[in-house]
Design a protein around this ligand. Structure first.
Ligand SMILES: [Zn+2]
Length: 340
């Protein structure tokens, strides 16, 4: 089967976003930041999924998407921690409804109620709720809740450890995923996302996080940011900084997806990074929606690029399915319970 490890609910029903607008307006006006949530019917949700993600999944021949709230609107920098808590809960509950309507096709990953300056420990309760009560299999962790100003400690700092302890206990991975940028220097998907992917990798290289958490697992999306292209630089820096080789020091715990939107980029990813560390992903419907005039295909139709690789079928099987089942043990358990 083909598992897409990276999909967001970018097509959520309009009343959901209207609730968020009302919430942020209320915050500014000093009103109720957790107003009544609109009635959204199952049919409304079904329609937004069937016309978009499900249609594309079928057209492109994938079977299942690991599905999370829209990343750019997590916007942890808006409002305060209570605003983030209320919004996050609404977003995760909506994902749960999608999963319940399409249990064969979507599995949930949660947003976290992060907020600049708020201890990450305050996100533990929502992670536990989503994993234990809603059946989610992982989370999206924002290394920069300030939205482009990088006011948090590096991910290897002990400030993050309480959350990592809970991830290990629950046996769930996190995708490193920033949200919108409120720094005009950094376009959200064009610069901020790729910067964050690259930054997180360098932090892992510099630190000793995986000595303390040997089973902690992260997915760095968007093909690992700039890392595979500059693999020699990172291997060289590991050497200069007297770190162990990357394969032992970082790559037992870090995985890259295939959200790279052209063939030469995918060719390079597979040439440089071990097959065990690559998970199929497309981030659709999302970051880059258009059709590539050079090929006539959608940029984010990432399966084509992998199909075109001249690598053994068993390697493709790892990237399309087996690696995801290994990195997300709770996904494997769900699939087994479905006889898949
Ligand atoms: Zn994403």
């Amino acid at each position: 089967m083909i598992i897409d490890c990276h999909g967001h609910y970018t097509t959520a029903p309009a009343p959901h976003d209207a609730w968020r607008n009302a919430q942020t307006a209320a915050f500014k006006a000093g009103g109720d930041i957790d107003p009544d949530y609109p009635d959204i019917t199952d049919d409304e949700i079904r329609e937004t999924i069937e016309k978009n993600q499900l249609r594309l999944l079928r057209e492109r021949g994938a079977d299942l998407t690991i599905f999370s709230p829209r990343a750019s609107t997590m916007a942890h920098h808006i409002g305060n921690e209570a605003v983030s808590q209320a919004w996050t809960r609404r977003c995760n509950d909506l994902i749960k409804r999608v999963v319940d309507l399409f249990p064969q096709t979507f599995v949930g990953v949660c947003q976290l109620p992060q907020s600049p300056g708020a201890p990450i420990a305050n996100s533990i309760a929502e992670l536990e709720r989503c994993v234990k009560d809603l059946g989610f299999i992982g989370c999206n962790l924002n290394p920069d809740p300030s939205g482009g100003h990088w006011t948090s400690q590096p991910l290897t700092d002990r400030a993050w450890y309480p959350f990592f302890e809970k991830m290990v206990e629950l046996d769930v991975p996190a995708m490193i995923h920033v949200s919108g940028s409120c720094n005009p220097n950094f376009h959200a998907t064009g610069a901020h996302y790729i910067n964050a992917d690259t930054t997180a990798f360098m932090q892992f290289l510099e630190g000793d996080l995986f000595k303390d958490f040997p089973t902690l697992r992260f997915i760095i999306p968007h093909g690992g940011g700039a890392v595979p292209y500059h693999w020699g630089r990172y291997r060289g820096l590991a050497d200069m900084l007297k770190r162990p080789p990357l394969r032992e020091h970082v790559m037992k715990n870090v995985f890259f997806d295939t959200c790279v939107y052209h063939q030469p980029g995918i060719d390079l990813l597979f040439r440089v990074i071990d097959i065990e560390n690559i998970l199929f992903g497309s981030e659709m419907v999302g970051a880059v929606r258009g059709i590539d005039p050079e090929t006539g295909n959608y940029f984010d139709d990432t399966r084509r690029y992998i199909d075109a690789l001249e690598i053994p079928a068993e390697d493709k099987h790892k990237v399309f399915e087996l690696n995801a089942r290994r990195v997300y043990p709770r996904l494997d358990a769900i699939l087994r319970s479905q006889g898949r």
